[in-house]
Structure formats: C-alpha cells, structure tokens
Ligand binder design. Structure first.
Ligand code: NAD
Length: 495
C-alpha cells in the first residue's frame, strides 16, 4: 500500500507515530493509500523547521521573494493536469471541476506575485517639524493552516502564497481525506527554490491541529472547515494568544423573483447545487422561490436534473462524481428521508439513481415545500440535495436569509435593478451574487462569510490575507536641522 508522508525541511519524512488512516478513491470505494498521522513530536519538528527558516526568510528581498513566487506559479501551471488528476483520484470531483479548482488556486498565487505592491507601507512627512512618520508591515513568524477536504488544492493556496510572500514561514495541515494534491503542490513549492522550512506539511488529525493551536512558536492560524471545528479552533487559538481566522460551514440561499429568467435561474441552481456533488461551502442549498415563479422553476430544475450524468470523475462524460466517504454519503441520503417525513415533497430522489459501482455515489435530489423548521433546511447537508422554500414576497425571502445561522453566500435572480440593489443591502451574508449563484470573489478581493460561517475579524486571501499575515510597525523619526549638522552639507549660513 502506498504510504503518504509528511514534508519537512524540503524533504519527505515517513510518519513515526504508528498512527495511520486510509485514503480512498471515492469513485471505486477502494483504499488507495495509507496516510501517516502526525504525533506531537512530528508537529514540533515541522514548527522548529519553520522557525529556523523564518530568521532568514523574513529578511529575503522583495525582488527575490517575487522571483520565487513566479517560479512556483509557473510550476503549478505546468503541472495543473497532474494536480487535477490527484484531486479527482482522492476527492472524486470530475476532471473539469478539478481543473477549475486548480485555476482558482493559481489565481491566488498570482495575487501573491504582486507582493511588492501589497507590502507598500504608508508615509507622512513633516508630522511635526523635522518629524516623519511611516508604517511598515512586518511578518508574524511561523503561521499554520488547517484545511478541509472539499478544496484540497485551492484552500491551501488561499493561505500559503500570501503568508510566505509577506515573509512568514508556514506549517500546513491538509485534510486527511485527500492529502496527495496539497502534498504535490508543496513539492512544487520546494522545487521552485524556496529555502527548506519555508513551507512544511504535516499530515494529521485532531492531535496535530491541537498541537498547532497550543504551540508557543505558532503565531497565527488560518482554518477552513465545518462550523463546530471552526469555532473550537478560533476559541482555542485565541485563548492561546494567536491570531486566528476560522472559516466555517454554510447554508446558501438563492432567491428567485417572479421576473427572473427561468432558464438562467434553473441552469444556475442545478450547477450550483449539484456541482462537486454539493460539497462546496458556496453551494446553493436552498432555492427561495418568490410568488408564482415556483412551479415553472421547479419544473425547469427537474428537467435539467434528469439530464445530469453521474459517474467516475475521470470519465469525461461525468458531470458529477461521488461523495467523499461512504459515511458522508449515507448521512446526506438520510436527509431525503427526514425531509419527506417532515412533510417536504420529494420531486427527485437521489437514492433511486442507478449507478453501477462500489463508489460513494448518490444521485441528485430535489425537495419542494421545505419549511424552516425541517432539518433538511436547518442543517448543512454538504451533498447533492436542493431544497425549495416557497414564499409570497421578497421581504419574506430576505428575512429567511437574515434569520439563518449562516451567512456565507447569498444570491438573487431578477431582471429588476431596484430589487437587486435592495438585495445587495439586505442580504445578511459576506458574499452576494446578482444573477451569479456562487459569488466566490476573485483572488484580488477577499473571501469570507458572516455569522457562523466565519470566526475572527479578517476574511481570507486577497488584501485581507495580506493584512492577516502582517502586523504594522509604525516609525516616528526626528532628525536635527541639517543646517546645524556637524557634516558640511553645503547649506548657506547667515555668518
Ligand atoms: P472538518 O471541519 O471536518 O475538517 C476541517 C479540518 O479540521 C481538517 O483538516 C480536519 O483534519 C480538522 N479537524 C477535524 N476535526 C477536528 C477536531 N475535532 N479538532 C481539530 N481539528 C479537526 O471539515 P471538512 O469535512 O473537511 O470540510 C467540509 C466543511 O468545510 C463544510 O462544513 C464546509 O462548509 C466547510 N468549508 C468552508 C469553507 C469556507 O470558506 N467557509 C470552504 C470550504 C469548506
């Protein structure tokens, strides 16, 4: 069985803890590798490597850091197909979706390539006579990242490029479910010429995360994952005086007004609800149908669902792959039953899909007449189950979003500019789409939700990422009047 190691000091290091976990190909249900799970001592080794590297790395010139970042970017571009293949092999997402993930990872590396611009400070001359004041942004030291299974290539790139561009060194703890893509990207990072220790990867579970949260040499931690763990990570890291940003789960609503383009709305709902098997934190989970749009919209969504091809992600005909594990697939399927028992109408039942293999597949499901008291509405399902909630007015739709526990993304479909503008203001979420179902910001803006979708006061990547990975140092300088200097500067004198 293939063994997946850690990466410390630019070298692969076999696990020594004796603890391992299986890695599966979700499309076949077969175990494909064994992953080492780090002990506290192994995490300490990675942090020590990052700490040793920091002293020099934080002083490397902007010019050199920029060159290395460009080399890294080029290597990731050159190896995009291999990264995507690793994503499909362990996550299950279809090849086109995997390629899209790699493209968005590259976008974040490209943002970091502009580090010379991002790290410009600010300066005031003559704050007082002979006094100038300026602010520079300094790195923090060793920073860590803990990432989820659903974007194993992109989410680490929300963190690592900006952090190291700012002069920090990094310890990454990727998801234990699909670790090969992030490990390969880290290999490319080393190949690009970054010094040993600037990026280390420890494979692991709660033991590794807890050690990063209480390690005295870890200055900051970026987390992306489910809400309960995000909250735990935020509270524990903050209590240990670390800077923490912790992004959590979601329940994203898509409001469709009666004047919306039905075809555009239905296409968007289907791709946003079922793309990547619904395992996206920005997936649409609830369509809020306002007024008489509901019947034609549900019909149009159903027609499109029947045409979806579900299968192994390596098959170019597949539009949706399997779920990440057998247990998760069964949990998602249980919501169809729970919704029906609570009174929802099951328009399409994904459990009835004929998929002939042993992978962790589930067909796509559509539940109509869902109400806010049902578990299918209240819980983050994280699978290919779309709920339709029917309301009479726009205000009821906006209130549903406001009352929801989460506030990651929210979208509206309408042709009415006034209604769209009103929604921009009302939508109680961090990222809002107007006729765009998944409004993930481009890499030069920043990503983050509100309410239980994020803990900490800085969102991730883009300008806020630079802010998170640096701290200001403000310098106030006074120099004597040059006319009185002991060095002859050639100033005219009065005598
Ligand atoms: P998860 O919370 O189970 O795991 C995330 C990370 O935390 C993993 O690296 C895991 O090893 C670690 N972890 C798990 N249990 C832990 C514990 N008890 N203590 C310490 N660390 C622990 O999430 P997941 O299932 O990998 O990912 C799916 C979740 O991530 C969904 O809820 C999804 O909405 C969310 N997500 C959010 C965003 C966002 O930007 N807000 C992006 C992607 C995914």
């Amino acid at each position: 069985m293939k063994q997946i190691p850690h990466l410390i000091d630019n070298d692969f290091v076999a696990g020594t803890s004796g603890r391992t976990t299986p890695v599966y190909n979700p499309a076949t249900g077969q175990q494909t590798a064994q992953l080492a799970l780090a002990s506290i001592a192994e995490v300490d080794k990675a942090v020590a490597s990052a700490k040793a590297a920091y002293a020099q790395w934080s002083e490397v010139s902007i010019a050199r850091r920029t060159k290395l970042m460009f080399s890294f970017r080029n290597l990731v571009v050159d190896n995009a197909t291999e990264i995507a293949a690793r994503l499909t092999a362990e996550h299950g997402k279809v090849t086109s979706d995997a390629a899209g993930e790699v493209a968005r990872a590259i976008e974040n590396i490209e943002f970091a390539c502009g580090l010379a611009e991002h790290l410009k400070g600010s300066h005031n001359e003559h704050a007082s006579t002979g006094v100038d004041v300026y602010t520079v942004r300094r790195p923090l030291g060793v920073v860590a990242g803990v990432t989820p299974f659903n974007f194993p290539a992109m989410v680490p790139m929300w963190m690592v490029p900006n952090a190291v561009a700012c002069g920090n060194t990094f310890v990454l703890k990727p998801s234990e479910r699909d670790p090969s893509a992030p490990l390969f990207i880290a290999e490319l990072f080393c190949e690009a010429g970054f010094p040993p220790g600037v990026l280390n990867v420890v494979q692991g579970d709660k033991i590794a995360v807890d050690r990063l949260l209480n390690h005295p040499d870890v200055e900051a931690l970026s987390f992306v994952g489910s809400t309960p763990i995000a909250k735990y990570v935020y509270e524990t890291g903050s209590a240990n005086h670390k800077r923490v940003q912790a992004l959590g789960g979601a329940k994203n609503h898509m409001v469709v007004l009666p004047d919306a383009d039905i075809d555009l709305s239905a296409d968007s709902a289907v791709s946003a609800a079922y793309g990547s098997a619904g395992e996206r934190c920005m997936a649409i989970s609830v369509v809020v149908a306002v007024g008489d749009v509901a019947d034609p919209l549900v019909d149009a969504i159903k027609v499109r669902m029947e045409k979806l091809t579900i299968g192994d992600g390596t098959d170019s005909a597949s539009e949706m792959g399997p779920l990440i594990t057998r247990e998760h697939r069964d949990r998602v399927a249980s919501y169809i039953e729970a919704g029906a028992a609570a009174g929802a109408r099951v328009i399409v039942d994904g459990r009835e899909a004929q998929i002939n293999n042993d992978g962790f597949f589930l067909g796509v499901s559509l539940l109509d007449d869902v109400t806010p008291d049902m578990s299918v509405y209240q819980d983050e399902i994280f699978g290919p189950v779309l709920s339709v909630v029917r309301v009479d007015t726009y205000h009821e739709a906006a209130k549903l979003i406001a009352d929801n526990q989460w506030g990651n993304g929210a979208a509206i479909f309408t042709r009415d500019g006034g209604a769209a503008r009103q929604f921009q203001q009302d939508a109680d979420a961090g990222m809002v789409g107007i006729n765009v179902p998944i409004p993930v910001p481009v890499g030069y803006h920043s990503f983050g939700g509100w309410k239980d979708s994020a803990f900490g006061d800085t969102t991730i990547y883009g300008p806020e990422g630079i802010h998170f990975y640096t701290r200001p140092k403000v310098l106030t300088t006074r120099w004597p009047d040059p006319a009185g200097s002991s060095v002859n500067l050639g100033f005219p004198t009065n005598n």
